[in-house]
Design a protein around this ligand. Structure first.
Ligand code: AMP
Length: 361
């Protein structure tokens, strides 16, 4: 039997204070919940819109324990939290998704093993723990290839491309990590992502696949519908749903996939939380990813992920934020800003979504 739902008025604890936590807190507020944010930085984007905030390190046991006692459920807006911290939280309060899910998603090797063990294709990959292993892996996989740290990489950080003639010792030194994974470079036709919500009763609701374009390894635009045809779209949805079910996930899972030029899907990575490539759902779906996240974590029935419009979401990165007055003058544009004061290069400052009437191919 499913545990009884957490009623509105309860407090959701969110680990992490970025824009994902901010938009989750706004969705939670619409459903009558209070949100308590836990993150090391003061005045975080999420804390600005939350009922309460704890500013402390992710490995501070006293602060974690006080936080766990102050909330009715704990979830995450990012997955890189130490195992001991999750264990401590889980000894006091329900935690969704579980440590097992976070553990798989924290580490690129666990993640790739999970995909491959479940019959999901990935780019060819090898574990690498030093220059000798890198030489051997490059000999097997060939060039070009991408060397990635196994942990704590995001937006292309912790990645080195290895092209013809590139020095492998220098590539290993540039990564500055004890362990890495070498992946074959995929000359892809495009990238898609699928976001699936799974409730405590095991039911899933999946959003339409988004077509993602990255610039300098950072997501630039997500577009729906993805121009991949109904069969590949159905395969991508099925793949994401299988991952969520196999992980026994409660919450959200975003799965990022490469679409090869011969029409195959190769899994790149997954994240057990709301995802940048799902921001279009706020304006284009009956229930958006953040509300779905809140519903799943609180044990409520999931909403409809149906898309009522076609959409293009564009991230506003760094100085692109300066275009906000023009965006506001565009009657077809929906602006979302994250409350960050300093527009550093590569920093996600906001996004804009443009809707058009739904036209199914
Ligand atoms: P990641 O941090 O693994 O999501 O990588 C960020 C972006 O780098 C991806 O969305 C791709 O655009 C690109 N990328 C990562 N891995 C590969 C690969 N094996 N082949 C081609 N492009 C890649």
């Amino acid at each position: 039997m499913s545990p009884s739902p957490l009623p509105p008025g309860s407090t959701i604890g969110i680990i992490g204070g970025g824009q994902l936590g901010r938009m989750a807190a706004l969705a939670a507020a619409r459903l009558g919940y209070r949100v308590h944010i836990y993150c090391p930085e003061p005045d975080s984007p999420a804390a600005q819109v939350a009922a309460a905030a704890t500013v402390a390190a992710y490995d501070d046991p006293a602060a974690l324990e006080a936080f766990a006692r102050a909330v009715d459920v704990v979830t995450f807006e990012f997955e890189n939290i130490p195992a001991d911290s999750v264990r401590l939280l889980a000894s006091h309060v329900a935690v969704h998704p579980s440590w097992r899910v976070l553990e798989v998603a924290q580490d690129r090797i666990h993640e790739k093993r999970f995909f491959n063990d479940n019959g999901i294709a990935t780019p060819p990959w090898r574990r690498v723990d030093g220059p000798a292993a890198l030489h051997a892996a490059v000999a097997e996989i060939g060039r070009p290839a991408v060397l990635k740290t196994t942990r704590f990489g995001y937006d292309g950080k912790g990645q080195v491309k290895i092209g013809p003639g590139d020095d492998l010792e220098a590539a290993w030194a540039a990564l500055a990590a004890p362990e890495a994974v070498l992946e074959g470079f995929v000359d892809f036709a495009g990238e898609v992502s699928v976001i699936v919500a799974r409730g405590v009763d095991g039911g899933c609701a999946v959003f339409d696949p988004a077509w993602n374009v990255h610039t300098n390894h950072i997501l630039d635009t997500s577009r729906v519908p993805a121009p991949i045809g109904p069969d590949l779209a159905a395969a991508a949805v099925d793949l994401a749903e299988r991952c969520a079910v196999t992980l026994d996930l409660v919450g959200l899972l975003a799965v990022e996939l490469f679409v090869t030029r011969d029409g195959r899907l190769l899994a790149n990575e997954m994240a057990p939380r709301p995802h940048n490539s799902g921001h279009w759902t706020i304006d284009a779906c009956v229930t958006d990813q953040f509300e779905q996240f809140v519903r799943a974590v609180c044990g409520l029935p999931l909403g409809s992920p149906e898309r009522h419009s076609d959409a293009v979401m564009k991230n506003l990165i760094g100085a692109e934020i300066d275009t906000w007055p023009d965006i506001l003058r565009d009657p077809g544009a929906k602006l979302h800003l994250y409350g960050k004061t300093e527009a550093r290069a590569g920093r996600k400052m906001g996004h804009v979504t443009r809707l058009t009437p739904r036209r199914d191919p």
